[in-house]
Design a protein around this ligand. Structure first.
Ligand code: DGY
Length: 430
């Protein structure tokens, strides 16, 4: 019988394109921002050099203004839409590789700490310069986040495109996205539905709006100030803010390890601002945290996984802890595998459609981390154990149907393999 840990490592080897990893062959043929950060942590469980390389290849795409783009197009491929010809971002970075024009959740700082902790365990002393380079890139990107995406200093960073959230077609964005026109100048040549059944992917009308938004920002020449004032979609997102806040805390840890006292003060200020912002988003009715639509001014009360992600950054009070624990248990009742990314009792729930219900291993990983941080270790271990079991039963799929446990979306997925390696080590020590 094939050892599943070996199989997970083999997926990472198979998706390795020479120092960076594609999420999966065909469907996603380039380097993706948050995918790569998770993948680097998977590599760190068995090959620390390769783990560092993953982040080093990624920062080659960093923009002059500090932004980490969501896709790095290291080599051409026609199996994905929209490619570099649609984004047209050449002026934003001085050299190749080509990149997209939006960003994704800043898991990078979390990954960097994870990697550096692994370095400390091995006692290697030759990684300092590489660590400094990655730290400086991360710090520049956090500065970009605060300046470009929280100009009003709310302590909440905004997404200007659903793709930035990583949860593209989540019901959380429905109302805001419905205001975005469906007209496009670009011919939409969807490639994703050639790889994956269309019922598991966003709809065509979603792609029209996604593409319309790309065109608006391209016309702003990707200038953050112009984008901010022209954006037809602008959401202060608690998932993004929580990941940034947690990554900032991890950079604080890094700065103290590396004796970088100048950076420390700046990072403390950033962190406090984000923590205050997140704390202001608790919602009693939802029993979680809610994002804010900056155009309508309305709270987004859709029950999606975003409501739980702030656990990774915050220390909850006992009432919040109990509420979140009960809510997660309620969402998982009757499911073969939790945590669904949309509550099953919601009218928006679709068990097979991408971010409208399916379970994602990396989301379970983040939520379990948050539960551990908040002394809910038993529930964390259940979620981690279930994630491992569903992967062992269904394979390294992109996501899973919570009702049946069936594997969905792309196969041989890198971040599912990485989640397996990290969570299994956490639970069993191997
Ligand atoms: C896609 O193309 O499906 C991605 O989620 C956008 O990054």
């Amino acid at each position: 019988m094939v050892n599943v840990t070996d199989a997970a490592r083999a997926i990472l080897a198979r998706n390795d394109r020479g120092g960076y990893t594609v999420p999966t062959d065909g469907l996603y043929p380039f380097q993706w921002n948050w995918d790569s950060a998770f993948v680097s942590m998977g590599f760190a469980t068995f090959d620390i050099d390769r783990a560092y390389q993953e982040l080093e290849r990624f920062i080659q795409g960093q923009w002059n203004n500090g932004m980490f783009p969501h896709i790095i197009f290291h080599v051409p491929s026609d199996s994905y839409f929209p490619g570099p010809d649609v984004w047209q971002t050449e002026q934003c970075h001085s050299k190749k590789p080509m990149t997209s024009g939006i960003t994704q959740p800043p898991v990078f700082g979390i990954a960097l700490r994870f990697l550096y902790e692994a370095v400390l365990v091995t006692g290697r002393h030759d990684m300092l310069e590489r660590t400094h380079t990655l730290f400086n890139a991360a710090l520049r990107s956090h500065r970009w986040w605060l300046k470009a995406r929280d100009p009003d200093k709310r302590g909440l960073v905004a997404i200007l495109h659903p793709w930035e959230s990583g949860s593209d077609n989540s019901p959380a964005w429905d109302e805001a996205l419905a205001r975005v026109p469906t007209t496009t100048k670009t011919e939409i040549c969807r490639q994703d539905t050639k790889h994956v059944n269309a019922t598991m992917r966003p709809r065509n009308i979603d792609y029209q709006r996604f593409t319309h938004l790309v065109e608006v920002y391209r016309e702003c020449q990707w200038d953050p100030i112009k984008q901010w004032s022209h954006a037809p979609f602008k959401i202060a997102d608690v998932q993004m803010t929580a990941i940034l806040a947690r990554a900032t805390a991890d950079l604080i840890w890094m700065a103290s390890q590396l004796n970088l006292s100048d950076a420390l003060e700046e990072l403390f200020t950033m962190h406090q601002l984000l923590i205050n912002g997140l704390n202001s988003r608790w919602n009693q009715h939802i029993r979680g945290f809610v994002s804010l639509d900056l155009i309508s001014g309305k709270d987004i009360e859709k029950p999606t996984q975003t409501c739980f992600i702030p656990l990774i950054a915050l220390e909850l009070d006992s009432y919040q802890r109990k509420s979140i624990q009960e809510e997660i248990e309620r969402w998982c009742q009757g499911m073969v595998i939790g945590i669904p990314t949309t509550a099953p009792f919601s009218p928006d729930f679709e068990s097979k459609r991408y971010w409208r219900g399916p379970v994602w291993a990396v989301i379970n990983w983040l939520i379990a981390d948050g539960l551990r941080k908040n002394q809910l270790k038993e529930l964390a271990a259940i979620i981690e154990g279930n994630t491992i079991s569903v992967i062992e039963r269904a394979g390294f799929c992109e996501y899973f149907d919570p009702i049946t446990g069936e594997g969905l979306g792309g196969n041989t997925f890198s971040w599912t393999a990485a989640a397996y390696l990290v969570l299994r080590r956490r639970l069993t020590g191997d």
